[in-house]
Design a binder for this molecule. Structure first.
Ligand SMILES: Cc1cc2nc3c(=O)[nH]c(=O)nc-3n(C[C@H](O)[C@H](O)[C@H](O)COP(=O)(O)OP(=O)(O)OC[C@H]3O[C@@H](n4cnc5c(N)ncnc54)[C@H](O)[C@@H]3O)c2cc1C
Length: 463
């Protein structure tokens, strides 16, 4: 008998951790997963991807009915918002999916150690006063909200994304600090439900990190939807009094300050890796300047037997990236070859229209060499036009010499679904010609990807 309690202990049951634990158990390793939350699934299932999409979906339907979009299709309805029921269906979605992970743990014989884990040595951790020893420990503790210095989040008037999912009534005016993915998604939810929404962004454009042309187009679309954008603007203070907030802003480059009166303020300036209370030093682990645990290509840390994945390690903070790393790390622990291609991780903003990208932006691609770019507007796509969803475009960026696809960027109502084929094509090393000569079903939004690929060499049909 070995004196290890487990072959693998995973700390954190988010999409990185729970997937790693299940895969490790599937590979025959005695596995436990520590989670301090009441439910499994991490940020993603409890307060992130899933509840935000529940509110985005419901608010989108409400908006379609309330704004008269459905009436234009011949569907007349008297519409009334029942926010309590909308929140209840969000909670139901979370309950169902987090419960599903608990079922999968039982099915795969992953033991859930309930409580907060802290290292007591290189191969030992303490959970709720009990010590556990494992041959391998995977740190998958995720991330939490980055605070804005000087601004206190009370989750009532000044909220993080978690509080913004749960507002008990539609705020008259919501000020969103940060024009990134989370701010725009949750800002869209409350705008559709009737709030006035102002997004304050320090940079001169929304959606940092995304393709430049996409960022500009997205800003145009959000403005058209009535979301007020204050770009190149910094927040210098938030004062709360009598259940309301006064937000002080000034031009990022300096200049006269102004104030915005708000019923709610969402602080969404980013997320930071979560290593709080883990006592990493007792295991000999350190973090880099950004608070992340550095890992090698196999997700091994500098300490043999300790691995790390997901939001706590460098790379985009995305659930699917964490999941893929979870599978890879388990396979590496089991002696197989687990690889994640970090060059092909799609990113999606689930607004309406959706915004998605994979691979290099045009700016990044041009820095590396000569490129050819093909674009196709959704307005010229028969399905999008028929569905009254004409906004956006598809852009395919290919290497000028080899024609290999380097990046695909999309704004379209179903961009999040469309981007999967671009990711798969890139994973297989496709050229723009490969995509252009792939038969796409008609009428689908995805035909716009084919046409954009054709446009790389100047030959789209419907434009
Ligand atoms: C509002 C919002 C919307 C989002 N939407 C999307 C989206 O649409 N698509 C997408 O890809 N990503 C989205 N994300 C990001 C996504 O949620 C994260 O990238 C993902 O959850 C990271 O997974 P993870 O496993 O690394 O960590 P997490 O999901 O953060 O899970 C880590 C878990 O570890 C637990 N934990 C931490 N420390 C300890 C400890 N010491 N002991 C025990 N347990 C511990 C935590 O309680 C947590 O449950 C969203 C995030 C937010 C906030």
């Amino acid at each position: 008998m070995s004196d290890y309690d487990f072959d693998v202990i995973v700390i954190g049951a988010g999409p990185g951790g729970y997937v790693a634990a299940i895969r490790a158990a599937q590979l025959g390793l005695r596995t436990a997963c520590v989670e301090s939350r009441e439910t499994l699934g991490g940020t993603c299932l409890n307060v992130g991807c899933i509840p935000s999409k529940a509110m985005l979906h419901a608010s989108e339907l409400y908006d379609e009915a309330a704004s008269g979009k459905l009436a234009k299709l011949g569907i007349k309805a008297q519409v009334e918002l029942d926010l309590d029921t909308m929140h209840a269906q969000r909670r139901d979605a979370v309950k169902g999916l987090t419960g599903g992970i608990e079922f999968l743990f039982k099915k795969n014989k992953v033991e859930w150690l309930k409580g907060h884990a802290a290292f007591t040595g290189k191969d030992t951790i303490d959970v709720a006063g009990k010590s556990y020893r494992a041959r391998n420990i995977v740190v998958a503790t995720g991330s939490n909200v980055t605070p804005l210095p000087g601004v206190e989040i009370d989750e009532k008037v000044v909220v993080s994304s978690t509080g913004a999912l749960e507002l008990a009534k539609v705020p008259g005016h919501l000020v969103v600090i940060g024009g990134g993915v989370i701010g725009l998604e949750l800002g869209s939810v409350w705008k559709r439900l009737g709030a006035k929404v102002t997004v304050v962004e320090f940079l001169d454009q929304l959606l940092p990190g995304m393709d430049g042309e996409i960022r500009k187009e997205a800003a145009k679309i959000f403005k058209k939807q009535g979301i007020e954008l204050k770009l190149s603007t910094k927040v210098t203070g938030v004062a709360v009094k009598g259940g309301k907030a006064t937000v002080t802003v000034e031009p990022a480059a300096g200049g006269a300050a102004e104030t915005l009166e708000a019923d709610a303020v969402l602080v969404s300036i980013g997320r930071r890796p979560n290593t709080e209370g883990l006592a990493l030093e007792r295991a000999g682990l350190t973090v880099n300047k950004r608070g992340q645990i550095e890992v090698d290509h196999d997700f091994a840390t500098g300490v043999p037997g300790i691995w790390a994945i997901g939001d706590v390690v460098p790379g985009p903070m995305l659930a699917h990236k964490a999941e893929d790393e979870g599978i890879a790390v388990a396979e590496n622990i089991a002696g197989l070859t687990g690889i994640v291609n970090h060059d092909v991780i799609p990113g999606v903003v689930y607004t309406m229209p959706e915004i998605a990208g994979v691979g290099l932006t045009e700016e990044e691609a041009k820095e590396r060499g000569e490129v050819k770019v093909g674009k196709f507007p959704m307005l010229a796509n028969s399905r999008a036009k028929t569905n009254h969803e004409p906004e956006g475009f598809v852009k395919v960026i290919a290497d000028a010499k080899t024609d290999r696809v380097l990046g695909v960027h999309i704004i379209a109502s179903v961009a999040g679904t469309m981007i999967a084929q671009a990711a798969q094509a890139m994973e297989f090393g496709a050229t723009s010609e490969d995509i252009a000569y792939t038969c796409h079903a008609h009428p689908t939004h995805s035909e716009a990807i084919k046409e954009a690929a054709m446009a790389v060499t100047g030959k789209p049909i419907h434009m």
